[in-house]
Structure formats: C-alpha cells, structure tokens
Design a protein around this ligand. Structure first.
Ligand code: PSU
Ligand code: MN
Length: 299
C-alpha cells in the first residue's frame, strides 16, 4: 500500500488522522456531487484539526490518502469498481481502480495504523434473503472506531442490529439511546450504550481495544433528518422495484439509494450529504480525543 507522506508523518507523531471511504464517491452519489462531497469531507476533517485520509484502490495499489488530482481521477472514472474484502485481492492483482466500501476501508485503514474512520451509513442485512454486507464481517474483525449514522435505511434494521450483537461489535449511540437509521435520526431500536462526548467515545474504544477484536461503531444521529415512517415507506417501494427489476448483489445498495433519491425528490441526497459531513466532523473530534489521551498516558 502507498501512504501519503503527510499521513505517515502524522501517524508516526500520534497526530489525529481520519480515514474516509470512497465507495460513496464511486457508487453512492451522482457526478459531480460525488467529487464536491469528497472534497468537502476532507475539508471538514481538516477544519476540526485532524488529517483526512481518503482510501481507494488506484491502478491496483491500495492508497491511504489521495492527492487532489487522484481524488478527481477516481471521481470521474465511470468504470471504477466497488472493493469489498472478497474482491480486494483480485482488484489489486489486476491493476484496477476501485472505491473502497466500509469493509475494505476498515481493513486497509487498520493496516496503515489509522484508528478512526468516518462513513455515512454501514451496510448490513438486506430484506433480500441472504444478502448481508461484508461490512458486518469487517466490523467484527477490525479494531477501529467507525463513525456512521447507523445502518443505511434501505436495510432490515432490526436484523442488522441483531447481527451486530451476534458478532460482538461494540455499539454506542452518540448522545442517543436509540439506533439512528441513516436518513432518520431515530429508529424504534434501542442501543446497548451511549457516549455523551468524543472523549467518552475515545475511552470506550480504548477499553474495547483491550478486550475485543471488533470495532466500536459510534452511531451519530443526523441533525436534520427525515421522518422514520416516511423513509421506511420509500424503502418498501424501492425494494419492490429492485425485486421486480431483478437487481441483486453489489448493485443493490447503489440502486436502492438512487431510487430513494427519486422517490423523495432529492431529500435523501440532501440528508446523506449532511450526515456524511457531520460524521466526518465527529470522527475528527474522536481522533483528537484519542491523541490527547495517548499523549497524557505517555507524559
Ligand atoms: N454510506 C453512504 N453511501 C454509500 C455507502 C455508505 O452514505 O454508498 C457505501 C459504503 O461504502 C458501504 C457500502 O460499505 O455502501 C455497502 O455496500 P453493500 O451493501 O453492497 O455491502
Ligand atoms: Mn450485498
């Protein structure tokens, strides 16, 4: 893998770094909104005082941190693939370009020594039987803080929460006891813990690192979301359309996100952008808290 020099210096010095995924750039958002958003997320992390590292596979090389030119190149590549763990090795060996999902980003970020990662919403258990995102496996096996607004609203939310419990992923709501549902700030499902501050989240992660091999999934409710019942109705409609069109596998999540955008007249995209930025900011604050805690234990 290639780590940007600025990022390796920051990591070596214990300064805060936040990993950002890139499937949201290649498959999650329409062009040119994807590039604008990717730039905005990096700027938001910097504004909070941390260093952003957008991860991707470029010409077969896992890249930790992208230059502005690399970011533009990836965002414009219509043929970029979607890297999860099951195709990561082939994409690398065959020299491909790919956006990295939560699953691939978590793995590579951890290997690079990054501790905090921000995304929009995690993949999980779909309504389509036996379709479960590789994100769940990655969360179960990677010691990292993942900041997300819960599972994506297109998923079977209660099944996803149960699976997170089964896999022993540490869960905490950020200032909430109810699981956020991506476009909605609240769902009916209760979380096992909550964190009131970035410091508290950082302390939970430090305890998790000593006890477990899994991630801390910090669930951050979006500040201005959409009503839960309304989003769920759109999700049912979008899921039926996917079933009728025979959309399956890795195409399902991007298809459902586009359908929700159409059904909501663009409202879900507005909320998606907002929550991505809010999660990037919170992740930066958690990374700062982790750096401070590490410095105080060294002192
Ligand atoms: N968050 C967003 N938009 C996205 C995704 C997350 O706001 O497009 C991506 C993530 O990269 C996540 C992927 O890992 O969707 C899940 O895809 P699947 O369900 O096929 O595993
Ligand atoms: Mn899937």
């Amino acid at each position: 893998m290639r780590i940007e020099p600025e990022i390796s210096r920051a990591l070596a010095a214990g300064r805060p770094v936040v990993a950002l995924e890139s499937t949201v750039i290649t498959h999650g958002l329409p062009r040119p909104l994807n590039l604008e958003t990717a730039r905005k997320l990096e700027a938001a992390v910097r504004q909070e005082g941390a260093l952003p590292a957008t991860l991707a596979i470029l010409k077969g090389e896992p890249r930790i941190g992208l230059s502005p030119e690399d970011l533009e190149y990836l965002a414009l590549d219509q043929g970029a693939e979607k890297a999860s763990q099951w195709n990561l090795a082939a994409l690398v060996a065959q020299g491909k370009n790919a956006g990295t999902t939560v699953a691939a980003t978590a793995l590579l970020a951890h290997q690079a020594g990054i501790q905090v990662f921000a995304t929009g919403g995690i993949g999980g258990v779909h309504y389509d039987a036996y379709d479960e995102s590789g994100d769940l496996f990655a969360l179960a096996h990677t010691p990292l803080v993942v900041v997300a607004s819960g599972p994506k609203s297109i998923l079977n939310l209660s099944a996803t929460l149960e699976r997170l419990e089964t896999y022993g992923v540490s869960l905490a709501g950020y200032r909430t006891g109810k699981m956020p549902a991506f476009h909605s700030s609240e769902s009916p499902f209760s979380l096992p813990a909550r964190a009131e501050t970035p410091e508290e989240a950082a302390r939970i992660f430090l305890a998790a690192k000593k006890l477990l091999a899994s991630s801390l999934l910090l669930m951050n409710p979006v500040s201005e979301g959409l009503e839960y019942a309304q989003v769920q109705a759109w999700v049912q409609e979008a899921s039926q359309q996917a079933a009728r069109a025979g959309v399956q596998g890795k195409a399902l999540t991007p298809f459902l996100l586009r359908k929700l955008s159409e059904l909501s007249g663009g409202e879900t995209d507005r909320v998606n952008l907002l929550l991505l930025e809010e999660n990037a900011r919170l992740a930066a604050r958690v990374a700062l808290a982790l750096s401070r805690l590490a410095a105080s234990t060294r002192a």
